[in-house]
Write a protein that binds this ligand. Sequence first.
Ligand code: AHG
Ligand code: MN
Ligand code: MN
Ligand code: MN
Length: 337
Amino acid sequence: MSQVTVTEHLLLHQKKSPMATGRFTSLLTELILSAKIISREVTKAGLVDVLGFTGETNVQGEKVRKLDEFANNVLIHRMRRSGVLCAMASEENGDLIHISGDLPRGDYILIFDPLDGSSNIDVNVSIGTIFSIYRRPLKKNGETPSMREVLQTCDKQICSGYFIYGSSTMMVYTTGEGVHGFTLDPSVGEFLLSHEDMKIPEQGRIYSVNEAYWNSWDPATKEVLAYFKSRENALGKPYSSRYIGSLVADFHRNLLYGGIFMYPSRILDNGERQGKLRLMCEAAPMAMLIEQAGGMATDGINRILDYQPTELHQRVPLFIGSKNDVETVRQIYLKHQ
Ligand code: AHG
Ligand code: MN
Ligand code: MN
Ligand code: MN
């Protein structure tokens, strides 16, 4: 394995990039330290009292687990003091998290899913942390940004990535110059470059979806599924089905092997359609990564990165992965329109 750390990689390979600044580097350094702390706690799950629920329900209507709360607190505590942010938003918090006036502030906005795949925490299955970074449009000398300044078109992200707490802990990120993966070497406590310039195969062989929602899908979505199971598809045989229930882990596997992750909208009892995944803290950061890796991300038809969010916790259907597969889904949806 190489000896190149995330910061070295950023400085060595992106010299021309506006990202290679001291302030951006300190943002990433704080984020990495937060992830190391979360990773340490995840590894101890079962030994210390971090399993189970807190008894609270979050803004998403989900029961909060102790590790969701722990990860959220670590990120808020550390990133608030990083001196480079003007606001944060988390899956777990209803409103923007402001940086109080007595702390140094900067121009970056950080949006995160502190612990993704939390239903897998108690059973030792891979989970992750997702992050997305924007710059506020106009410098305002440390003033608190308005919601409008935070709700930027998803293609305005300047960096996104995730940490995956799996058989090893990894960081995968992009600043718009390719996707790079680093593996945590626990003996030295550093993330070292292990996967440079990751590219997803153009044609996948895996589909990942929670098929138990079959009865609440529309005919187009059912046709999509029939396509992946058929022998008359681009692969000439049924795809393999793999679904972990942690977006980060399902995405990471498909990024390496080729495949498509799908969370289609469901038709609710009142006839409304609803996606589950959150645009700003889940879909958009993953969409930036997949495009940088040569893949595609849509809501079935429209590009995720073209979305202009209207609210912080907006949900969206998500189809993300190998280009051929996401494009095929798009053609099927267009035919049904
Ligand atoms: P989170 O744990 O951050 O709330 O995210 C859970 C998400 C995502 O990770 C996963 O892909 C999806 O929910 C699983 O949902 P289902 O259980 O409905 O399949
Ligand atoms: Mn959740
Ligand atoms: Mn999540
Ligand atoms: Mn989460």
